[in-house]
Design a protein around this ligand. Structure first.
Ligand code: AMP
Ligand code: GLY
Length: 426
């Protein structure tokens, strides 16, 4: 098969890496790809929202399956456009992808189908939002309705912070049209987890639960990022809890989307807060999580293409992926200053020195002559496996230190919550 992967991050590198292990995959292209993907597949300079260009390429190269990484093309309808041309593509269509594309839609959907989530109200008028906030206690959470590259969620510890947030999102439109509607949400406490399922709209397959580390600094301090590291399986989710999540959240979501006339195919990523009152949905994403997938895919023993095809073709109930009984930890190396302003074009050194068992996924990198250079905020994800989470953490940090570039920054505590649970076997 010939496969086209759409995207340019660590997630797309991980997808390409895993798909290349399939005996069924003869060739992979990636649009637009990055410096690491360019070493294992052919990168083509087509933007992820240039649907005409992507369709033309898929037709010309007789692509058998297109796999979409990021949310933007999904919410803009890439799946619908490919399907109109009779091209096979993995992911939700535009109406289904709204589950990530609009927080108001997602919250109203959860309310309608009684899926546990934080209490909320949605607004279009800043004055009315302020009036509502004046009656609420803090902390509370503001969420811009539309896509905002992971930055549209503000946890406000005081009313003053909330007023400022309303100004930024609704009046100054820091996130553009994404801020025309706003969700004000109850602040939840607990531990977070990411559950990724692959579904065909009827049934689903669960991937190992993962835990992301969204904040930039150790101890989960500082502003949120796209994710500074992840591990899987997330030990906060045991079998009993997983069954509750399945029955109360995942299956009702898939069933509800079907009832709404938006049958959901592709990856459904549910961001959860495990509260004292049980698991509650923080957000839905319509794609693989990044960096979560950089820890999850190395644990997948089975052929990824079978799973993706089963979602597209509607026979997910027939696949049962095999998972390694190990732990995986991914540490993200970022450019100094990220998630704020940062410099690019720094030479990355030491990639040749890391142990053979370590997997390096590139995100913001590009090839320039003989060098691999930085070209983004999140630069590289380094993943190690181990029989225990402790072993995986030790192995990953032994190697992360060998990779250097000017201003490189990474968190040194990825996986700390799992260690504190003192589970010795994964
Ligand atoms: P989201 O993009 O909705 O997942 O939000 C990004 C991050 O903001 C989450 O991973 C949480 O850390 C935090 N967050 C979002 N909603 C809430 C909430 N209701 N209570 C507490 N923290 C939240
Ligand atoms: N790591 C969080 C996300 O992919 O949205």
């Amino acid at each position: 098969m010939k496969v086209l992967v759409v995207g340019s991050g660590g997630r797309e590198h991980a997808l390409t890496w895993k798909l290349l292990q399939s005996p069924k995959v003869e060739r992979i292209y990636c649009a637009p790809g990055n410096g690491g993907i360019g070493k294992i597949a052919e990168c083509i300079p087509i933007d992820v929202t240039d649907f005409k260009g992507l369709i033309h390429f898929a037709q010309k190269k007789k692509i058998d399956l297109t796999v979409v990484g990021p949310e933007l093309p999904l919410t803009e309808g890439i799946v619908d456009r490919f399907q109109e041309k009779g091209l096979k593509i993995f992911g939700p269509n535009q109406k289904a992808a709204e589950i990530e594309g609009s927080k108001v839609f997602a919250k109203d959907f959860m309310a309608k189908y009684r899926i546990p989530t934080a209490q909320y109200r949605s607004f279009t008028d800043p004055e009315k939002t302020v009036q509502y906030i004046n009656q609420q206690s803090t902390p509370l959470v503001l969420k811009a309705d539309g896509l905002a590259a992971g930055k549209g969620v503000l946890v406000c510890h005081s009313r003053a912070e909330a007023y400022e947030g309303i100004d930024r999102i609704m009046r100054e439109r820091d996130f553009g049209n994404a801020g025309s509607r706003l969700v004000v949400e109850e602040f939840l406490t607990g531990e977070e987890a990411s559950i990724l399922t692959v579904t065909d709209g009827e049934d689903m397959v669960l991937l190992p639960a993962a835990q992301d580390h969204k904040a930039i600094f150790e101890g989960d301090k500082g502003p949120n990022t796209g994710g500074m590291g992840a591990y899987a399986p997330a030990t906060v989710i045991d079998q009993k809890l997983l069954e509750i999540i399945k029955q109360k959240i995942l299956l009702p979501t898939i069933q509800g989307m079907k009832e709404e006339g938006r049958p959901y195919k592709g990856v459904l990523y549910v961001g959860l807060m495990i509260t004292k009152a049980g698991p509650k949905v923080l957000e839905y994403n319509c794609r693989f999580g990044d960096p979560e997938i950089q820890a999850i895919l190395p644990l997948l023993r089975s052929d990824l293409i079978d799973l993706l095809l089963a979602s597209v073709e509607g026979n997910i109930s027939k696949v049962a992926p095999k998972i390694k009984h190990e732990s995986a930890v991914c540490v993200v190396m970022a450019s100094g200053g990220y998630p704020g302003a940062y410099e690019k074009d720094k030479v990355i050194k030491g990639l040749g020195q890391i142990d053979k068992s370590i997997i390096v996924f590139h995100a913001g990198t590009k090839i320039k002559g003989d060098n691999i250079m930085t070209s983004g905020g999140r630069v590289i994800g380094v993943t190690a496996l181990g029989q225990t989470i402790r072993a995986a953490i030790d192995r990953v940090y032994k190697n992360v230190g060998k990779i250097t570039f000017d201003g490189a920054y990474y968190r040194k505590d990825i996986g700390y919550r799992a260690l504190s649970r003192q589970i010795t076997k994964y």
